[in-house]
Ligand binder design. Structure first.
Ligand code: SF4
Length: 267
């Protein structure tokens, strides 16, 4: 039985950056200082747990915080939350991924120029909620601006654009805001699917980009499982399989990928 690992496994640039920012802030912590992340810093429960042990607490809103430092996660934060942090004079550390910032800046420009803004993505994901808060109330306009969540599946995005283009408009601007890492990870996963008869997708069950990888695997018809840790592996999955493909989301630590490969080898 062969094991093939996707070329882009392990943390992406934005996640590495967010963890470095948080660890830097945690190092400077003095007795009695409190440090929070607004929402999970990254969408990997095991990595978030490691940061919690070092002192980083997760809060869903700045409402309950009266002092200390708040780290904005790699997904960005809604305008209202940022205003509240400013009003309360809390120290703000921004770990928003630059690719997410890029999408946010496009939304600001479209809003300024009077476009109706369509964001293709998961409406409850923190990145999309932040983008929506920047876009504000939907406006009636014949000018349309379309962007996607940074971790969107390219095929999904193209399908959605085609549907939107059936609407009546005078002008449309379409932006490719899918980040480079997401595109590369999806291509690397598609390559593995050509050779493998079983795919293991590793990453947070709450991670949008991991869920997209799993969707790509499932749609290919190859047997696929989405797991967070080695404890979820089942020996029976590997019976009769000749090539196992391993792919992982952008917030999956390398150490977890290694643990899972070791356990598969033991099977
Ligand atoms: S997946 Fe892309 S947008 Fe999200 S944190 Fe990583 S590099 Fe940034």
């Amino acid at each position: 039985m062969k094991i093939k690992v996707a070329k882009c496994a392990g943390f992406c640039f934005g996640v590495k950056r967010a963890i470095n920012v948080a660890e830097g802030a945690l190092k400077g912590l003095k007795d009695g200082d409190k440090i929070y992340s607004l929402g999970a810093l990254i969408h990997n429960p095991q990595a978030v747990e490691e940061l919690f042990k070092k002192g980083l607490q997760v809060v869903t809103s700045p409402e309950k915080i009266n002092s200390g430092t708040v780290i904005i996660s790699s997904h960005g934060a809604p305008v209202e939350a940022l205003e509240e942090i400013k009003k309360k004079k809390l120290k703000l550390v921004d770990a928003t991924c630059p690719f997410v910032k890029y999408a946010q800046n496009i939304v600001r420009e479209l809003k300024k120029d009077g476009y109706r803004i369509i964001i293709v993505g998961d409406s409850v994901h923190p990145e999309v909620r932040a983008l929506n808060s920047i876009a504000g109330k939907s406006r009636k306009s014949k000018k349309l601006g379309i962007i996607s969540q940074t971790t969107q599946n390219k095929v999904n995005y193209i399908n959605e654009i085609q549907k939107i283009l059936n609407e009546d408009f005078s002008e449309v601007k379409i932006f490719n805001t899918i980040c480079n890492d997401t595109s590369k990870r999806q291509s690397a996963t598609r390559s593995l699917l050509k050779d493998c008869d079983l795919m293991i997708v590793i990453g947070g069950k709450n991670s949008a980009n991991t869920k997209r990888l799993w969707q790509i695997c499932k749609e290919s018809g190859v047997d696929s499982f989405h797991i967070e840790t080695e404890l979820e592996l089942k020996k029976v999955w590997f019976k009769g399989k000749s090539c196992i493909g391993i792919t992982s989301g952008a917030s999956t630590p390398d150490s977890m990928v290694k643990k899972i490969i070791e356990r598969i080898r033991r099977f």
